[in-house]
Design a protein around this ligand. Structure first.
Ligand code: ZN
Length: 454
């Protein structure tokens, strides 16, 4: 408890004989007034005023002595952490220094504001242990952010050498690249002639997530590929590959790829959200997050990967139940029709099959099997074909995964999330950090642990 809180509690105890919640947490279910101290004073004043009204004696009496003013009327008790405040000041000074050198600091400033907002919340935490724990984490995060900004300033100095004046655009580009190499330990490869690497945006994204997510053994290199327009993470050699993102300002606005949180579209810069998505893959590779959690409903309710041989009988069984062809259609025939549909994408009426049976089977194959083939990119569409309470998707040729259809509603952030368990995590991860919003409420705590938190 702070000195102020102790003094306040002592005053209330000694003057009014009232124990306050400053002596400990309120009992579960207790309804506290918005301002307990003010309420107590109001209560005391009400007693005095009632007594006044009850007085019948004509003898004038002196007015009651008002209760002394308590040391503070603020509530709940706000406890700042001076060591944290000092770090926040340092962080803001450091950001100011790189801003003065002509670097874009909007992301760093937004991150510092987010940190300050978390500290504001921590300062109002009435449970000392919880508050101390929150401040310990915030001081650590402040240190990381200071290191991040200082790494850039050091790289600018290294790149500039003896040169005077502010860094040129090329020198800034070189400095961001050097900071990614020196501070985040990346080996960077850029194809000849490629200039739109957006090292500044990549550096910003590395700094917006906890340092442990990016300074880790599964994230060793950054490579660019002008032939691609997206990003990829390769578990071997622990590498993020970024394609050609034009001038880096494109937003994910297309309904097929946009992000949603709390039922609203969340603006997402394509380069930034892709960088975070690939960082998410690297983190998942490091911590085996989906390996441990993918089967939980709050992580998509995924099956293990299945080869075509494993998914064919699932569809064939559903075909029998949903299409209900006549007994003339054998189970082997159904298996073969499903196999042909999902392997080659073709549906052909077998010789000798009744038209009536074929119409039913054809409808099933066309509406349930063909759309979920990788060739149809079902992970860019929002109309998955369910089999019972599951959806099966060919995430890459010959490899299928199933997920719970209900989990799609409760944990949805975008369509691409539903390509496979790693994509599910990478998309949830990316959009929470980019937007500084919590993941959907259906997301499991074991996953939310790695996402942005309130
Ligand atoms: Zn991915």
């Amino acid at each position: 408890m702070s000195d102020t809180a102790q003094a306040k509690a002592a005053w209330l105890r000694n003057t009014l004989g009232i124990e306050t919640e400053a002596d400990g947490p309120p009992p579960p279910g207790a309804v506290l007034p918005k301002n307990p101290i003010r309420a107590i004073i109001d209560g005391v004043e009400a007693i005095f005023s009632r007594r006044k009204k009850k007085k019948t004696s004509p003898t004038p009496t002196p007015p009651p002595t008002p209760p002394p003013t308590p040391p503070s009327q603020s509530s709940p008790t706000v406890v700042k952490d001076e060591a944290f405040e000092e770090k926040l000041r340092t962080l803001k000074e450091e950001i100011g220094k790189v801003k003065a050198l002509g670097c874009g600091t909007a992301q760093m400033e937004a991150d510092a504001d987010d940190l300050a907002a978390h500290a504001e919340t921590a300062s109002k935490e009435q449970n000392k242990d919880k508050r101390d724990k929150a401040y310990t984490a915030l001081r650590k995060r402040a240190d990381e952010m200071i290191q991040h900004v200082r790494a850039l300033r050091k790289s600018i100095k290294d790149v500039m050498g003896e040169a005077e004046g502010p860094p040129s655009a090329q020198q800034k580009n070189d400095a961001y690249k050097k900071a990614l190499e020196d501070f985040y330990g990346l080996t960077i490869t850029v194809p000849d002639g490629m200039t739109n690497t957006h090292f500044d945006q990549m550096f910003d994204m590395f700094g917006t997530v906890p340092q442990g997510h990016v300074k880790q053994n599964k994230l060793k290199s950054l490579k660019y590929n002008t032939a691609d327009i997206g990003g990829v993470y390769y578990g071997t050699p622990c590498e993020i590959e970024m394609g050609n993102f034009g001038d880096g300002t494109r937003m994910e606005t297309d309904p097929s790829s946009r992000y949603m949180l709390d039922g609203k579209v969340v603006p997402a810069n394509s380069f930034n959200v892709t960088a975070l998505h690939e960082i998410g893959h690297a983190l998942d590779a490091d911590k085996d997050i989906m390996g441990k959690n993918k089967k939980k409903d709050g992580a998509g309710g995924w099956t293990d990967w299945m080869r075509t041989d494993a998914v064919v009988p699932i569809y064939a069984k559903a075909l029998k139940q949903e299409a209900s062809p006549s007994d003339k259609v054998t189970e082997d025939a159904m298996l073969e029709l499903v196999r042909t549909a999902i392997v080659s994408g073709t549906v052909t009426q077998p010789t000798g099959m009744d038209n009536e049976d074929w119409q039913k089977i054809n409808t099933f194959l066309v509406t349930k099997c063909l759309p979920m083939r990788d060739a149809q990119q079902p992970y860019f569409k929002n109309n998955p074909a369910a089999i019972g309470d599951m959806v099966y998707t060919e995430g890459s040729p010959g490899w299928w995964c199933g997920y719970k259809y209900a989990a799609r509603a409760s944990t949805y952030v975008n369509n691409y999330q539903w390509r496979s368990p790693p994509e599910w995590f990478a998309e949830v991860y990316a959009i929470t950090w980019l937007s500084k919003k919590k993941p959907p409420s259906g997301v499991a705590a074991e996953i939310a642990e790695y996402c942005w938190k309130e």
